[in-house]
Design a protein around this ligand. Structure first.
Ligand SMILES: *Cc1c(COP(=O)(O)O)cnc(C)c1O
Length: 450
């Protein structure tokens, strides 16, 4: 019987992050200021420490991981690679299915991989507080934990709808010492202005980002931390793909296709980019980002310069976007409800080097339940997107008789998402395909630059 769990030693935790920029055929597009001109690194010093700004603009292939960061990562890394024998049998597919499980982190997802270095570099720079946003609560929990590890105060603006739906995510953040505010909040000018117009506003990631950025920009002791989208965040996540490469080598296998759920692009970049290096060197591997049909930035958005937040405080980034004032429907994969996507992922997609598909909500839950009933782990609703696309491919392999090697990133567990599973079982969830007319309306408000 081939191995079910493919494990590594702590000494196998990568010593460097991999920077995909070194292998991209074209240089990344620069962020632009409000005047439409490229901004320099100094424009970001009000909200980020210099070490992270340097990583943001670096073209160096390998960037060393500081020893205190590797030390902290040992708490839960290396994460296991599993062979999904039971799922394969249930599907009756000749394909081999593997998944990397990032739910072993204390907060339950891959997001701790970047929360730790972000807290570390901010502490080194003498910062006392971090302000951030969270949607479903995965990022907020991760940064609350990392803030506690390195002695930083953490203030989290949590999208109102999740604040109400996921009280235990809030309790987790508070347990790790974080302060949590429902966004829009009365803490910032942005929040107060939104509430003045609409006291029942349910919030969005774009609004919560505006609140956190406003607070960080207006206080010298406070910086901002972002859980996805930016180049340095994707960089930190590349330890996932590097570990997976070692794990596949250990069992003498290699993936034909890799699937990852895609919100802001960090877990996709984290698992896929190290394999992109192999692809750039001639290897045949397909990299597939999976997004919801209700928030289809790659598959239905436009490749254009847009703001990262609703209020327009962030620099303009060239990315696939649905428009910064796009209001995503209240689907249950909260971590995938973002109007844009990582500029690096967007550029690779635009150049045809990676692929993207979208999956409707009911299919994702059906896949997640099938996975839980075979493999045991209850996945986060976000992760269900990758599982669904991977199962579809395994079933195509069954038709064609191909024994492909399929691999997906199980980005987190769903222990705090059981209310969403309850709704699925009660038949209360539906599919939402964001109407093209609504996307067009939101895209009409794109900033006119670039
Ligand atoms: C946040 C999150 C995602 C999606 O975010 P990316 O920025 O695309 O990585 C996926 N899965 C889980 C469990 C998450 O918490």
């Amino acid at each position: 019987m081939p191995q079910t769990k493919i494990l590594l030693d702590e000494s196998d935790i990568p010593t460097h992050w991999y920077n995909v920029v070194a292998d991209m055929p074209n240089p990344p597009t620069p962020p632009l200021g409000p005047d439409g001109k490229p901004i320099g690194p100094e424009a970001l010093t009000a909200i980020f420490p210099m070490a992270l700004i340097e990583q943001e603009v670096s073209a160096q292939r390998w960037i060393p991981i500081p020893e205190p960061v590797r030390e902290a990562l040992r708490m839960y890394r290396p994460s296991p690679l599993f062979r999904a024998h039971k799922l394969e049998a249930a599907l009756g597919t000749p394909a081999k299915i593997y998944y990397k499980y990032e739910g072993v982190s204390p907060a339950g997802s891959h997001k701790v991989n970047t929360a730790i270095p972000q807290a570390y570099y901010n502490k080194q720079a003498g910062i006392k507080r971090l302000a951030t946003e969270t949607g479903a609560g995965q990022w907020g929990s991760s940064i609350a934990l990392a803030g506690q590890m390195f002695g930083l105060e953490v203030r989290v603006f949590m999208v109102r709808v999740s604040y109400d739906q996921k009280p235990f995510r809030r309790s987790m953040m508070q347990t790790w010492g974080g302060q949590v505010f429902a966004s829009p909040s009365m803490e910032t000018n942005t929040g107060r202005a939104i509430l003045a117009k609409d006291p029942n506003n349910q919030g969005s990631l774009g609004m919560a980002i505006s609140e956190a950025v406003e607070e960080a920009a207006s206080r010298a002791d406070t910086n901002y931390a972002l859980g996805s989208v930016l180049n340095h965040v994707l960089l930190h996540q590349t330890i996932i793909g590097q570990e997976a490469q070692k794990q596949f080598a250990k069992v003498g296998d290699y993936p034909d296709m890799i699937f990852a759920p895609c919100g802001g692009g960090s877990n996709f970049g984290g698992v896929a980019f190290p394999f992109f290096a192999d692809k750039a060197a001639g290897k045949n591997v397909r990299l597939v980002a999976v997004e919801p049909t209700s928030c289809p930035s790659l598959t239905k958005g436009t490749y254009a310069y847009d703001f990262g937040d609703t209020a327009g405080f962030t620099p303009l980034m060239k990315m696939y976007t649905l428009g910064h004032d796009f209001m995503p429907p209240g689907i249950h994969a909260g971590g995938l409800r973002y109007h844009g996507d990582s500029p690096l992922v967007s550029q690779l997609y635009h150049e045809g080097l990676i692929e993207a598909v979208s999956v409707a909500q009911l299919a994702t839950f059906a896949a997640g339940v099938q996975f839980a009933r075979t493999e045991g782990i209850i996945p986060a609703p976000e992760s269900n997107h990758a599982i669904s696309a991977c199962i579809d491919e395994a079933l195509r392999c069954k038709e064609s008789g191909e024994a492909k090697t399929l691999f997906f990133n199980l980005s987190g567990h769903g222990h705090f998402d059981m209310a969403s599973y309850d709704k699925y079982f009660a038949g209360e969830l539906d599919d939402f395909h964001y109407p093209d007319s609504a996307i067009q309306a939101s895209l009409a408000n794109l900033p006119k630059v670039g």
